[in-house]
Write a protein that binds this ligand. Structure first.
Ligand code: 13P
Ligand code: SF4
Length: 311
């Protein structure tokens, strides 16, 4: 079967099963093409809360599907590849944060959305990379504990010197592996290109950027800019999608090694198999996100707070 034939079968099954496919922008082109909603983590959480479909099939990583389930508990939510998790989401656990909270009770705990539902239960508000700055600024407290990403937290801290922001040692293994030397090499190779970067990169890398922002922020900046060439300092898919969307401009991935292996686990056949199972076909296989009401209400408060403060 060709990619186009498989995509056509997927489109039919989506309709037959009343399923909306949500795909993070780090997914491959062939998956983005069959998705109903694409974007960064913030946009997809807002979309998940609003869509009318009976089923949601998430192409991304586990915490994203879990967030969609919490925002739409009445829907059946599936993750297209059950092995796709975000390593950063597993770096800190509830007991560790509860212990710090006991010692520093006046700190508001701000959790990057890349955390497990269990950890979210001890946090006050979630943020995504596109909403972190605005939300931390809007929080009615100057004492913050920002978890788990010290690079994103450090980037927020550098712009809000009036706040006392405590950071812990977590981060994205893919983005934080980028070095200053790699940036300088890319800039030497493409001297006319603007350098756009995700704030999950280390501060010395972000400091070299012409623009730092979330996945959607980077894409919007590149699409609206008058510049013609860009070095893209985030997951390699973003340079690829931008190249399709703006063929008259040139996009260079900062380095081909900036790949989120978890995001790339999901394949088009995974989407097809999941939809076959949702349609009740025995040859299908789907991984459903199951959470009870108690788990949802304990973890959801900080996501609702994110939508309230970030909207
Ligand atoms: P955004 O989608 O918020 O830009 O975050 C990138 C990311 O690493 C997703 O896990
Ligand atoms: Fe997690 Fe980094 Fe992958 Fe995002 S890019 S899902 S933070 S490992």
């Amino acid at each position: 079967m060709t990619v186009k034939e498989l995509q056509a079968k997927i489109l039919e099954l989506k309709k037959e099963t009343n399923t909306a496919v949500l795909a993070h922008s780090y997914q491959s082109r062939e998956i983005v093409e069959i998705a109903d909603f694409t974007g960064d983590s913030y946009k997809l959480s807002v979309d998940a809360a609003k869509i009318p479909n009976e089923n949601i099939l998430f192409c991304g990583v586990h915490f994203m599907a879990e967030t969609a389930k919490m925002l739409s508990p009445e829907k059946r939510v599936y993750l297209a590849n059950k092995g796709a998790g975000c390593p950063m989401a597993e770096q800190m656990d509830r007991d560790m944060i509860a212990e710090i909270k006991a010692k520093e009770p006046d700190r508001t705990v701000v959790a990057y959305i890349n955390t497990t539902a269990s950890l979210k239960t001890v946090c006050d508000v979630c943020v995504t990379s596109s909403s972190a700055l605005k939300i931390v600024k809007n929080i009615d407290s100057d004492k913050i504990l920002f978890i788990p990403d010290c690079n994103l937290g450090g980037w927020v801290k550098s712009q809000l010197p009036e706040k006392d922001i405590m950071l812990l040692n977590g981060g994205c293994p893919a983005h934080s592996s980028i070095t200053v030397e790699e940036v300088l090499a890319a800039k030497a190779e493409h001297p006319d290109a603007l350098f756009l970067v995700h704030p999950e990169c280390r501060p010395e890398v972000t400091a070299l950027a012409d623009y730092a922002g979330s996945t959607s922020g980077i894409m919007d900046f590149a699409m609206k800019s008058d510049a013609k060439e860009f070095i893209i300092g985030t997951e390699t898919s973003i340079a690829e999608h931008l190249q399709y969307d703006c063929p008259e401009k040139k996009f260079y991935p900062l380095t081909k090694k900036l790949i989120c292996t978890d995001m790339k686990l999901t394949t088009l056949p995974d989407v097809y198999r999941s939809l076959l199972a949702i349609a009740g076909k025995p040859e299908g296989e789907a991984f459903e996100i199951l959470m009870d009401e108690e788990q949802i209400s304990a973890a959801r408060k900080c996501i609702d707070k994110m939508i309230e403060l970030g909207g």
